[in-house]
Each structure stands twice: as structure tokens, then as C-alpha cells.
Write a protein that binds this ligand. Structure first.
Ligand code: HSE
Length: 285
């Protein structure tokens, strides 16, 4: 039996809007095999039909993109730990799963860079799929195609995900963003993004906290996320840095000590995660 394993990710990391991302050791797994028709097993009802399943959609689009004759599969959801619509990269996880399964069924014809480029084109922005495919902490951007860089992260840092009991669609969270920004906003975000990368690499928590001043997306999204302001305040009081994870509503707290007991939020999940450095892969069981 062949299995694809994909991981949860946080995009943005404050000022690195649509650019930075981190991959965690929280994963989903799907088994797959070639079959006479498309068949989905063990999925939630809303994703149990091939036309409403993002993995199958991405799988089919990969075949189209490569101009290959479609091969039908049976897909089973085996492990599901990444919650949907919570800003933990569940859409990227489905898209990357679809591309990786297509690549496997076609006999491993794609390089990692090609897998990344197909997945980023399907997602529209590369900041979740880059860490998911390459593992670790990445920056990514588009010029003639999508490119990514991978950075080390100081091992003293702790990553806490505060997972909201409610959902927020990325579409809605993107609709509230401005179409244009002032030059000073752009300059400030460039400086804070570079400082964030430096601080994560070098373990400089004071700089990480100082650089946590995004002006591109968080000011417009915080009001969509009940408790986000209080989470940011508690983090700062405890020498930690809190961000909207991706488009939210999950919040990411980065600190040097475990401060999870400081957050008492009714019905919110709290998960201390480790960074996954290998990225999504297919294996045989
Ligand atoms: N960078 C994206 C956003 C991540 O913030 O809208 C969500 O997919």
C-alpha cells in the first residue's frame, strides 16, 4: 500500500505575508492505488465525492498540466490531524498530496522543484506549499517561476499553536486586505521580515518580538479572530511573539520557554509542535 504523508504549516509568520512559512510535525496520511474509477474512502461527507475533494482536483490538474492521460485512483484518508479552515495549511496539504500522488502514479517523473511549482501555481501563493514540500522554515517568491530558500531555526525556540474552535476561510481573510499600501508600510514590512528571519535563525527572541509588527495583513484580520488581541498581549508579557498562523484563525506563539499554561481560552486547542525538516513524502507500507 502506498501512502502520502503531508504536514501542517504556518504561513506568513507576521510580516512575511505570502512569503515565509514553517512546516510542523503534525500530519495527515492518505493511501492510494490505481483503480477502475475514482473512489474515495473514509473521508468526511463533504469531501467524499471526487468533485468536491481538493486532493483529487489537484491530482487531476497535475495530469492536465503534464498533458498525461488520466489514471483513476482509489484514495483513502488514513490519518487526519490537520484541521480545515484553521490557518494550518490544510488546503496546501491537499494540493501537495494530489501532486505527489500524481507524480508517484506516473513513475516519479517530477523533481521537487517541479512539484513545488505545480503546487504553488494551484494554490496561488507559495508560502504554505514551500515549507510543506521542502520542510523547515522557508521563504518563497515568484518571478519567472516559483523559488524558495530554506533557513535554519534556532533549536531553543518553542512553537505553540493555539487552535481556534471556529473556522475562517482564506477567501474571507484575503477579502479584508488593502489593494495598495503606503511606501512606509512596504519598507517597514521588508525590514521586519528580514529581522524575523535573522531572529529565528539566531535565537534572538528580543529581535523576534520587535520585528513582530506586520502592517500588511494582521491589522485587517485581527478583528476577524476573537481572542487574537489578548493572545498577542499575553505572548508579549511573557517574552514571546504571537502571530496569526497563515490567514488564521489559529494563532502561533514562538517563545524560548513553554508558556502554554498562560493561555486559558475556552474551547481553544493548544499544541506544542516541533519543526518537521523533511517535508511531505510518499512511502510504501
Ligand atoms: N499567505 C496566505 C494568506 C496564507 O495569508 O492569505 C493562507 O493560505
Amino acid at each position: 500500500m502506498k501512502i502520502v504523508r503531508t504536514f501542517a504549516t504556518s504561513a506568513n509568520i507576521g510580516p512575511g505575508f505570502d512569503t515565509l512559512g514553517i512546516c510542523y510535525d503534525v500530519y495527515n496520511e492518505y493511501s492510494f492505488e490505481i483503480s477502475k474509477s475514482f473512489c474515495l474512502e473514509k473521508f468526511k461527507k463533504e469531501f467524499s465525492c471526487p468533485d468536491s475533494n481538493l486532493i483529487i482536483d489537484s491530482y487531476k490538474k497535475t495530469f492536465e498540466f503534464l498533458n498525461k492521460e488520466l489514471i483513476k485512483i482509489t484514495l483513502k484518508e488514513e490519518v487526519q490531524n490537520i484541521p480545515e479552515c484553521r490557518g494550518m495549511g490544510s488546503s496546501a496539504s491537499c494540493i501537495v498530496a494530489g501532486v505527489l500522488i500524481a507524480n508517484e502514479v506516473l513513475g516519479n517523473i517530477l523533481s521537487k522543484d517541479e512539484i513545488f511549482n505545480i503546487a504553488a501555481s494551484l494554490e496561488g501563493h507559495p508560502d504554505n506549499v514551500a515549507p510543506l514540500i521542502f520542510g523547515g522554515f522557508t521563504s518563497s517568491y515568484k518571478s519567472d517561476k516559483f523559488y524558495t530558500n530554506k533557513f535554519s531555526v534556532n533549536s531553543d525556540y518553542k512553537f505553540l499553536l493555539l487552535i481556534s474552535p471556529f473556522k475562517l476561510s482564506t477567501k474571507k481573510a484575503r477579502e479584508v486586505l488593502p489593494k495598495q499600501v503606503d511606501i512606509h508600510v512596504a519598507t517597514s514590512n521588508i525590514a521586519n521580515t528580514i529581522s524575523t528571519i535573522y531572529a529565528l535563525q539566531n535565537g534572538d527572541i528580543d529581535q523576534l518580538i520587535r520585528a513582530n509588527n506586520d502592517l500588511l495583513h494582521e491589522p485587517y484580520r485581527l478583528s476577524l479572530i476573537e481572542n487574537a488581541d489578548i493572545i498577542k498581549k499575553i505572548a508579549k508579557e511573557n517574552n514571546a511573539s504571537a502571530y496569526i498562523s497563515g490567514a488564521g484563525p489559529t494563532m502561533l506563539v514562538i517563545s524560548k520557554c513553554d508558556i502554554s499554561d498562560k493561555f486559558i481560552l475556552e474551547n481553544w486547542g493548544k499544541v506544542l509542535v516541533n519543526i518537521n525538516n523533511e517535508g511531505a513524502f510518499v512511502y510504501e507500507k
